[in-house]
Write a protein that binds this ligand. Structure first.
Ligand SMILES: Cc1cc2nc3c(=O)[nH]c(=O)nc-3n(C[C@H](O)[C@H](O)[C@H](O)COP(=O)(O)OP(=O)(O)OC[C@H]3O[C@@H](n4cnc5c(N)ncnc54)[C@H](O)[C@@H]3O)c2cc1C
Length: 509
């Protein structure tokens, strides 16, 4: 068997990467040792940036239709209501998806798989990567199929999306440095009978523990996520569900009946990342490259974005439009992001469940009383939403980012969201290629750019309306060269076609 890219692992990272390869016209084979998509709910938080990516492949509407927008959020103390906030439009004006979507991982994976099969492609289930080797020209992988027989796949590139215990990472000899949280986490999918209506997310604020109840489809169905106090004597595998229920009921001192426990798991959170996302022609993406605390629901979303960052670069190289130099930027951009992410999720966990007395005092005694006000304040939204929803991730310090003008928005930023002629700006940017955008104050002649930078980019003229001028903080003509992942590669004043050409020459070599 021969292919351009072998994707090892069909979890959310591998499946979403395969969808991107379909979009870019790259040939691939995707294998997974499991029988099919996960039956478990696992990751349930889907963030704005993931939905923006899905919008480009026509999946955002389906994800929203199948999931639940986290709207009303109740803050509880010992189960008693302390405050209620509405988060359904928390990021209004910053993304077309200003909310957190709750969608179980199993359903999410099915949606991605449907997308792959409806394009005439398939996942080779029950197929395991055994070993692999690489030369300067390609990768050779030994796989074991459903009948146990060994087969060989020759690929130009290999991407390990094979989870935390990654065979690919081990094969590449990459370290997975970091540590393990002392506290034991638990998750359970259950039915709950209690005084609260089902449509809201419930968070119990306590001195030292995390405890949240996410509504899942079904009248009384919830995902419970929490952690046990430090110093719990048992190991994670030894805990029975009944012991966890006792802890939950001790935290929430209200009447509640829990039944139909259809999934329950305990685990110790590890915080680890590789020191390199690639070796030669082999790449890592998702949990194979980074794992961390579930605080902030970042893991799956980050894996999907790893693939999104890699897909267009591999497509350019495989389709002969760029030298392989560009692939180095995958490691540069996504490793820096993984390192930042681990720090952020640790901080989020400390804020939500840290035992340090001041944080814990603010969390229980101050936060519930100011939460309503805080979530309505513009500067709070602008600080928190981009961080949690992943729309704020930037590659400003990376080598593919070049500024020829000093504006508020810089090269390396995601294209800011705004509405243009009644549609999201992203609706105008769906083609998986570079986009040269001239923000015109009226002085740039439209005919000037008809050649589209020698066919490498689509060209757009956007009038510099006041709401757009405010975002970029200029009312003078400027231009942007947007990468195929809708990140700004190059930004300059005026209509700097030569600058954009020089950028492409340098980046594509
Ligand atoms: C309880 C829980 C709650 C979570 N909540 C959230 C959340 O709300 N939001 C969020 O973003 N993240 C969340 N996460 C994290 C999220 O589930 C993971 O980050 C995500 O599953 C990672 O996806 P992946 O595709 O990288 O890896 P995986 O999902 O682990 O998939 C790897 C795949 O590779 C396959 N594989 C492994 N080795 C081989 C091999 N040698 N050959 C072939 N196939 C192989 C496996 O069978 C598997 O299907 C949660 C995780 C848990 C456990």
């Amino acid at each position: 068997m021969q292919t351009d890219v072998l994707i090892v692992g069909a979890g959310p990272t591998g499946l979403a990467l395969a969808c991107q390869f379909i979009r870019h016209g790259v040939d691939f084979i995707i294998i997974d040792k499991k029988e099919t998509t996960t039956p478990y709910s696992k990751a349930i938080g889907v963030h704005a940036r993931t939905l923006e990516i899905y919008e480009q492949i026509g999946l955002a509407a389906r994800a929203i239709a199948e999931g639940t927008i986290a709207g009303k959020t109740r803050l509880l103390e010992e189960g008693e209501l302390r405050a209620e906030v509405d988060l359904s439009k928390f990021g209004e004006g910053l993304s077309a998806y200003p909310f957190l979507l709750i969608l179980e991982q199993g359903r999410h994976e099915t949606m991605l798989l449907d997308r792959i099969t409806s394009n005439g492609r398939s996942v080779r289930w029950h197929t395991e990567l055994s070993t692999f080797s690489q030369t300067a020209d390609g990768v050779t992988a030994e796989i074991k199929g459903p009948d146990g027989a060994a087969q060989t796949i020759s690929a130009k590139y290999l991407v390990g999306c094979d989870g935390a215990k990654s065979t690919v990472r081990h094969g590449l000899g990459l370290e997975f440095g970091g540590g393990t949280f002392e506290r034991i986490f638990y998750v359970a999918d259950v039915d709950i009978d209690w005084e609260y209506s089902h449509e809201a997310l419930n968070i119990n604020l306590s001195k030292d523990n995390l405890l949240a109840f996410f509504p899942l489809p079904g009248e009384k169905h919830y995902r419970i996520v929490g952690n046990l106090p430090e110093g719990t004597q048992k190991e994670e595998g030894e805990l029975l569900y009944e012991e966890i229920e006792e802890v939950i009921k001790a935290e929430l001192k209200i009447r509640m009946d829990i039944s139909n426990v259809n999934w329950f798991s305990t685990y110790k959170v590890q915080t680890r990342h590789v020191t390199k996302f690639s070796v030669g022609r082999c790449f890592l993406a998702g949990d194979s490259a980074h794992i961390h605390s579930p605080a902030g629901a970042q893991g799956m979303n980050t894996g999907i974005q790893d693939g999104y960052n890699l897909a267009w670069k591999l497509a350019l190289v495989i389709n002969g439009r760029s030298s392989s130099e560009i692939l180095n930027s995958y490691n540069e951009e996504r490793l820096a992001n993984a390192i930042r992410l681990l720090k952020t999720t640790d901080r989020m966990f400390q804020l939500g469940a840290g035992e340090e007395w001041f944080t814990s005092w603010v969390r229980v005694h101050i936060f519930p009383y100011v939460a309503n006000l805080l979530t309505r304040m513009d500067f709070v939204k602008r600080a928190i939403f981009p961080l949690v929803s992943q729309i704020g991730i930037n590659y400003r310090d990376a080598s593919l980012s070049m500024n020829d003008v000093d504006l508020k928005v810089k090269a390396g930023d995601r294209m800011p969201y705004f509405v243009l002629d009644g549609k999201s700006i992203y609706d105008w940017l769906r083609e998986p290629k570079f986009h040269f955008i001239i923000f015109n104050d009226g002085s740039a002649p439209q005919a000037q750019m008809a050649d589209g930078l020698g066919g490498l980019a689509d060209v757009h003229y956007i009038p510099l309306y006041p709401h757009i001028a405010e975002i970029f903080d200029t009312d003078q003509t400027f231009c942007i060269l947007l990468r195929p992942d809708n990140y700004i590669g190059y930004i300059a004043s005026g209509v700097n076609v030569d600058g954009a050409k020089e950028y492409l020459r340098k980046v594509l070599s």
